[in-house]
Ligand binder design. Structure first.
Ligand SMILES: [Zn+2]
Length: 552
């Protein structure tokens, strides 16, 4: 089983940080070159494959459908479901049918074009590979970083081709990561200290088992060296990082890769290390009974209910993100609008102020960028430039810009720290939930709603409707919950299985009746056939459990 050990940085200065940052910058540069080559070659391929008139007709049908869909109002209720559909449904389905036909036709022509142009397509792919090989040699990247970007690119390319989308370039913002890999693995015990890519100074056992917390903290401080580049004589350039080894790496584990991550939290930087280790599973599931979990979110009076579980032992429970956290999460978007409206008004003010004055030449570019960009960073940049290019009559405008900047930094830092704190708190809540479940059950079934709109459940009555239900998607971050659950199960030897459960929310767990009712009216529903009453989420969890046991 694969586990990731995360370590934070301790006090002390990171040696050769600038080398790592340069590698991060080159990783992005390399990625952007790959994106450029890919988009270029794909557009040449597209010319060969284009299905001509049929494909143009398909596009106009799609435009027509969009116009139809927008032509009449679709009144949406507080639960984001259509309440009142006044659209011309007959015509809409006619256009949809025409689109399906056309699409089949387009696909057929494209398949023929592939056959007809095989040699050209093969040539284009060879061209792509040759161009990649050329930029790769000049990328100035340590091979581990180069290979990682290549791998990311190949899989992103596959995804993009399936979706018919293009790869996107990335911006360089002084954050990123550098990695090393051990294809054949590096034993944790043993050769560790003499390795040419990774070295960790050992710490004493007491760092983990001393009864004194302060002693543990002190003893866990150590140094980790990671190879980030090579000198001319091929000797390693080490990134030397002070880390806190707050828990030991497993003696019998095998290290697969190590990444050093640099990220921005407000105005400061945070660095951390991720060590990926494969290790023997240490737990055998203590129990063989199963549990079903229904995930999705629903606002209750105590907070956002994120999951509900039922076990074969007839116990059940819920995972709730407390209301206080929900409100704090909402504060993030309030801060966001404050930041945006302050930005809009300073841009309006500057436009007015600078228009009537003659600006020094050195300020022109920065001014144009600040007035034309939607990013506050451009305005901050203008302030920096302005400070070096003061001119007569600029006092009022400059003072106003300084005021804006002070407030902006304050709001932005506040928001960044709040977000960071909330995300950590949420992960901790999920982790505890997952640890508890996976230690009690040998099998965990979860409904897979990662791509379904159904994840949005109506809020309970008597609760102030919130205009931004959509927002809850970000607050609950189900992908994090799935990840944490899977890893907790793996760690304890429990099996973890995602299930597509159609009808799990609407069929009765007692008799199988597929009922339909207004799910937003009440949380408890009474089955119209067998008369049992149940909490909707309990019912769904019970169905997930049943389906999971059936599928085995
Ligand atoms: Zn029933």
């Amino acid at each position: 089983m694969i586990r990731v050990y995360e370590y934070g940085c301790g006090p002390g200065e990171i040696e050769n940080l600038h080398v790592a940052i340069e590698q991060m910058r080159r990783r992005i540069e390399f990625w952007n070159q790959l994106v450029e080559i890919d988009n270029d070659v794909r557009s040449k391929m597209e010319e060969l494959l284009f299905a001509g008139k049929t494909e143009t007709e398909l596009s106009s049908l799609r435009v027509e459908l969009n116009t139809l869909l927008r032509s009449a109002p679709l009144v949406v209720g507080p639960d984001e479901k259509a309440k009142d559909d006044q659209r011309d449904t007959a015509q809409i389905s006619a256009v949809r049918a025409a689109i399906r036909l056309k699409l089949t036709e387009v696909r057929r022509i494209r398949r023929e074009n592939i056959e007809a142009h095989r040699p050209e397509l093969r040539k284009l792919d060879a061209e792509r590979k040759a161009r990649i090989a050329a930029v790769q040699t000049n990328a100035g990247l340590y091979w581990a970083n180069r290979d990682e970007i290549r791998r990311n690119y190949e899989s992103a390319r596959q995804r993009a081709m399936r979706r018919g989308s293009q790869l996107q370039p990335q911006n360089w913002d002084e954050t990123g990561k550098v990695s090393i890999q051990f294809q054949r693995g590096l034993q944790v015990g043993g050769a560790f200290l003499k390795n040419g890519r990774l070295q960790i100074d050992p710490v004493r056992e007491a760092a983990w088992n001393s009864p004194s917390r302060s002693e543990r903290r002190r003893l866990a401080r150590t140094w980790l060296r990671l190879r980030v580049a090579a000198n001319d004589d091929r000797s390693p350039v080490w990134l030397n990082v002070p880390i806190i080894l707050h828990r030991p790496l497993p003696e019998d584990g095998v290290i697969r890769s190590v990444s050093f991550i640099r990220e921005r939290v407000g105005l400061t930087w945070r660095h951390r290390l991720l060590i990926t280790v494969s290790e023997p599973s240490r737990y055998s599931a203590r129990s063989n009974i199963a549990a079903g979990i229904d995930v999705g979110w629903r606002l209750t009076d105590r907070g956002l209910r994120v999951a509900y579980w039922v076990g074969q032992d007839d116990t059940s429970g819920e995972l709730v993100l407390p209301m206080s956290d929900v409100l704090e999460f909402r504060r993030i978007s309030t801060l966001d609008s404050a930041i945006r409206s302050a930005h809009t008004s300073i841009v309006a003010f500057l436009g007015n102020f600078l228009e009537r004055r003659s600006i020094p030449v050195g300020l022109e570019d920065a001014t144009r960028a600040a007035l034309g960009s939607s990013s506050p960073a451009a305005v901050s940049y203008l302030l920096r430039e302005w400070r070096r290019n003061r001119f007569s009559g600029d006092r009022k405008g400059f003072a106003k810009l300084c005021d804006w900047h002070k407030q902006h930094v304050h709001l932005w830092t506040w928001q960044a720290n709040l977000r960071d704190q909330l995300i950590r708190r949420r992960r901790e809540l999920y982790r505890r939930f997952a640890a508890d479940l996976s230690s009690r059950y040998g099998q965990v079934f979860v409904n897979d709603i990662r791509v379904r709109r159904l994840a949005v459940k109506p809020p309970l009555p008597n609760i102030n409707p919130i205009p931004v239900q959509r927002h809850h998607r970000f607050i609950v971050a189900l992908s994090v919950l799935y990840r944490v659950l899977e890893s907790a199960c793996g760690k304890r030897g429990a099996s973890f299985k995602l299930l597509k459960c159609q009808g799990a929310t609407t069929s009765c767990n007692a008799c199988g009746m597929l009922d339909s009712w207004d799910r937003s009216l009440e949380l408890t529903h009474k089955c119209s056939r067998c008369g049992q009453s149940w909490d909707q989420d309990f019912n769904a969890a019970k169905n997930v459990l049943r389906l999971g046991l059936l599928e085995k």
